[in-house]
Design a binder for this molecule. Structure first.
Ligand SMILES: [Zn+2]
Length: 317
């Protein structure tokens, strides 16, 4: 994917013609930031097949722990909406520390690199500060600005960087990419169609659809078990892996299901024949929901065995 852009950059580096600053521009979810990091790996990889993904440098760059790389991004991962909006900006203090980082000598005597993700989030102050950095480039430095909104950058910044444009990928390219991640052909084709040229979106679908499919399969198994005799129930619990959060995942699936039944009983949701099981009265459903909540709490604060807790629940249903 983005083969032309990749070849262009590799060629520049191999021929010692790198510019100090690039702007990777193009719609969201194309993999611009991904490619920026891959390129930094290419510069620093110590294997002959670059980037190998396995050498110490590749691994440190992937984790953004490489001493000669700084990734600047706005911190929008907080919970409150107000904080999120406030933190959308990349402010001048972040650019100042970036300048500070770039002013030190390279740890490995090679390139100092900086990636600014969503560079359009730099406020005007930050952009003016960054402009100074561009005006006096120092030694072996490469700065990559990643943005889907290049028009938000000062024209003076734009004119001092080399733009690398990214375009929507073809469905065929995305399909091939997904297949390289062990996705079956049919599913890759389907996801490629859904993702409208954006590999990042295809990956999102992939992650969610896997989780969704898994949950549906588990629920189907559980419903089947609920309808069978005690021996089958115990047999089922015995085979389950309830470690590492497995217990909570199963309890949450059941919790969602019974809350869903409750909403149906109350006429809030339409009956969905796909998830029908034996008939429960309103009272039974409420009792089961309370029991699930109790058991989750018990398992989290006492040393109740998760298997025993699930057995208790299945006996009651
Ligand atoms: Zn490597």
């Amino acid at each position: 994917m983005h083969q032309k852009q990749w070849e262009f950059l590799k060629n520049k580096f191999d021929n010692d013609q790198l510019s100090h600053a690039y702007i990777f521009e193009g719609p969201d979810q194309l993999g611009k930031q991904f490619l920026a990091k891959e390129f930094i790996k290419y510069i620093h990889c110590i294997d002959s097949l670059k980037p190998c993904q396995n050498c110490v440098n590749c691994k440190l760059i992937e984790k953004e722990n490489f001493p000669d790389l700084l990734v600047v991004r706005s911190n929008a991962s907080t919970t409150s909406l107000k904080e999120q909006v406030d933190n959308m900006e990349i402010d001048i203090s972040q650019i100042r520390s970036a300048q500070n980082f770039l002013s030190y000598k390279s740890y490995y005597g090679s390139f100092k690199s900086m990636i600014i993700d969503n560079a359009d989030r730099m406020n005007v102050e930050a952009q003016s500060c960054f402009l100074k950095q561009l005006e006096e480039p120092k030694g072996k430095t490469i700065m990559i600005l990643v943005t889907a909104k290049p028009q938000m950058l000062l024209p003076t910044i734009f004119s001092r960087c080399q733009a690398v444009k990214f375009f929507l990928a073809s469905a065929g390219e995305i399909k091939k990419y997904l297949e390289s991640k062990n996705v079956t052909e049919k599913k890759a084709e389907y996801l490629a169609e859904l993702s409208e040229g954006k590999p990042g979106r295809a990956l999102q679908f992939l992650e969610n659809s896997a989780a969704l499919e898994h949950e549906q399969k588990t629920l189907q198994d559980l419903l089947q078990v609920i309808n069978s005799d005690l021996a089958t129930k115990f047999q089922y619990v015995k085979k389950l892996n309830l470690e590492e959060g497995g217990f909570n995942r199963i309890m949450e699936i059941l919790q969602r299901y019974f809350r869903y039944l409750l909403l149906q009983k109350n006429g809030i949701l339409l009956k969905n024949p796909a998830v029908e099981t034996k008939a429960f009265t309103m009272g039974q459903i409420k009792k089961i929901i309370t029991l699930i909540e109790d058991l989750i709490l018990q398992a989290s604060v006492t040393n109740t065995s998760p298997k025993l807790a699930l057995e208790i629940l299945l006996m009651e249903i």
